[in-house]
Design a protein around this ligand. Structure first.
Ligand SMILES: [Ca+2]
Ligand SMILES: [Ca+2]
Ligand SMILES: [Ca+2]
Length: 561
């Protein structure tokens, strides 16, 4: 027994040794499960609330710094005024030029500007007795230090304390919101020898002809200049992109810059010359740039604050309160008792009309603003709907040039019975309205009156002037053929004849059988039709296409040179 006890003591001694930090920079991001981290101490001073490790924060909502897994939290939300706790680093063996940096979450809410704060100390022993106060830092942005920064904010202090040193974070509650701390760094040199690093680059994909507004976030411990230069290479031409600093005083700096609009399917890349105030500099990685698709004439994903969206209208029966509205995830049980979880397929919100379980009459319309239809315009949307249902619900997409007479473009009754679980885009040609202003309506009612039996969900509505991967040409008198030209280098056209108007689906497969493209055209006219395929983005090789019409299925090989 004694022998075992002896070994346990040795293990404890070894742990103590390991807790002494002699290599710098020293970083602690609270990523490991163990909390406090190895060598750290944490305990309450007043009350019984202590620092804990969390992966998600609430009140205020917060994720760990910089996409990391976890952070330290003090729960001022539940600790009454004056409650406090400490979190203490391992023993740090410092030199004579030391710097402490850490990230603290700053929040702003007019109803919760209480003075929760952390005090930051250093001491040669792991306790507050005789400790030196570096500063007191508040959670709410309108307390000291007063800076407009919300969210993660970096603090930096120099520490003049040779040898054995502990950093002590003391959280003091004002019974406000929670406090979050992450990425504590201690270094024994305040000299900045490192160039800035890129944290994020947004806005690198836009529609054709649209200016690209880039947002670059870089991190550096030093100050950053007002301007940075980007070098963009687009279709072989190189241009300088001036990036202007728009925010950031410490830690993270945000820059904005613009590149002029480009043709559809233009690709490029950009890199940035990253230089800090002391002059440490380096090129960033190269980041791809894309201009893809023509900007839609209409684009609505029902993400806005208001419903219906601006210039859209909702009309229907007066008694039901279940008309078109916007929803997030919907747990929905239909009249068959089938339970569904319906997620918005695009963004966080979707439009829906729910069946009225109180039995009120429903005839509910969601109507777009008038849209000027141009050549080769197609309407696409995503939908969750009961197809061809036996309870006589009618789900229609209709078009009107005057707002009074409506023509059917699409009906859920034209499909085999089932549920369209947001499977495919529905694509409807608007070629018969070229040159006119058209409103599009989604109308749901029951053929026998009364309420709907099922709910109908719609999202991601677009009208595109030109669909550049696949465009529909108007009826023409060309002879039937396979794809022409074939082999092709940019575009090829499939010509076919239909005995009657109807749906056509197009699938394109790779040589290994993997489907790379599918599209349903709802209503192509009888006679000759063309579908033009833009293959400029396809790698060279063999492909197969398959066309399905009410009259049959046919297909063939495509050779992209
Ligand atoms: Ca972390
Ligand atoms: Ca630097
Ligand atoms: Ca949406």
């Amino acid at each position: 027994m004694k022998r075992i006890y002896f070994f346990l003591l040795l293990a404890g001694w070894a742990l103590q040794l390991q807790a002494q930090i002699t290599e710098f920079p020293y970083n602690e991001g609270f990523e490991e499960e163990q909390f406090p981290p190895s060598g750290w101490l944490g305990y309450p001073i007043v009350g019984n609330t202590e620092f804990v490790r969390v992966t998600v924060g609430e009140w205020p909502a917060c994720l760990p710094h910089d996409g990391s897994v976890a952070m330290a939290q003090y729960n001022s939300f539940n600790a009454s005024i004056g409650k406090s706790a400490v979190l203490i680093t391992p023993e740090l063996i410092l030199g004579d030029d030391n710097v402490l940096r850490f990230w603290f979450y700053r929040s702003e809410d007019p109803s919760n500007n209480r003075h929760d704060k952390i005090e930051v100390y250093y001491n040669s022993t792991p306790d507050l007795e005789g400790a030196t106060l570096l500063d007191s830092i508040s959670r709410a942005v309108n307390f000291y230090p007063v800076v407009p920064a919300k969210g993660w904010y970096q603090y930096e202090f120099t520490i003049d304390n040779m040898g054995s040193t502990h950093i002590i974070f003391k959280a003091i509650s004002a019974y406000g919101w929670k406090m979050y701390l992450d990425d504590v760094e201690v270094n024994t040199s305040t000299l900045d020898l490192d160039p800035p690093v890129v944290i994020s680059l947004d806005g690198t994909q836009v529609y054709a002809q649209q200016p690209m507004n880039l947002e670059l976030v870089v991190r550096d411990v030093s100050d950053m200049p007002e301007m940075l230069e980007g070098q963009a290479t687009i279709e072989g031409d190189t241009q300088v992109v001036e990036m202007t600093k728009t925010s950031g005083t410490q830690g993270d700096f945000t820059y904005h810059g613009t590149i002029a609009g480009q043709l559809d399917h233009t690709e490029g890349e950009i890199k940035f010359w990253l230089i800090d105030e002391p002059g440490n500099a380096a090129w960033s990685d190269n980041y791809p740039l894309h201009w893809d698709w023509v900007k839609p004439i209409l684009e609505e994903s029902f993400e806005g604050e208001d419903f219906p969206p601006e210039n859209w209208t909702v009309t229907g029966q007066p008694l039901t309160w279940l008309t078109w509205d916007d929803y997030g995830l919907v747990y929905y049980t239909d009249s068959d008792g089938t339970e569904w979880e319906v997620y918005p397929p695009h963004g966080q919100r979707q439009a829906a009309v729910e069946w009225d379980f109180q039995g009120n009459d429903q005839n509910e319309w969601l109507i777009s603003p008038p849209i000027a239809i141009t050549e080769n315009a197609v309407l696409t949307f995503k939908t969750f709907v009961r197809l061809n249902n036996y309870d006589y619900d009618e789900y229609l997409v209709r078009a009107s040039t005057d707002g009074f007479t409506w023509e059917n473009l699409w009906s859920a009754a034209d499909y085999p019975a089932g549920v369209s679980n947001y499977d495919d885009d529905i694509t409807l040609s608007l070629n018969s309205y070229v040159g006119q202003e058209v409103r599009i309506a989604w109308q749901a009612y029951n053929l026998y009156g009364g309420n709907l039996w099922y709910s109908w969900f719609v999202d991601d509505v677009k009208i595109r002037a030109t669909d550049t991967l696949v465009g529909i040409n108007k009826k023409n008198d060309l002879p039937v053929s396979g794809a022409f030209p074939n082999p092709f280098s940019a575009f090829t056209t499939i010509r076919f004849k239909m005995q009657q108007a109807g749906k056509v689906s197009l699938n394109v497969f790779r040589n290994d059988g993997r489907k790379i493209f599918e599209r349903l055209f709802y209503a192509l006219p009888a006679g000759f039709n063309e579908i033009k395929i833009d293959g400029t983005q396809l790698p060279s090789g063999f492909y197969y296409y398959q066309l399905q019409t009410s009259g049959g299925t046919f297909g063939g090989k495509l050779i992209r040179r």
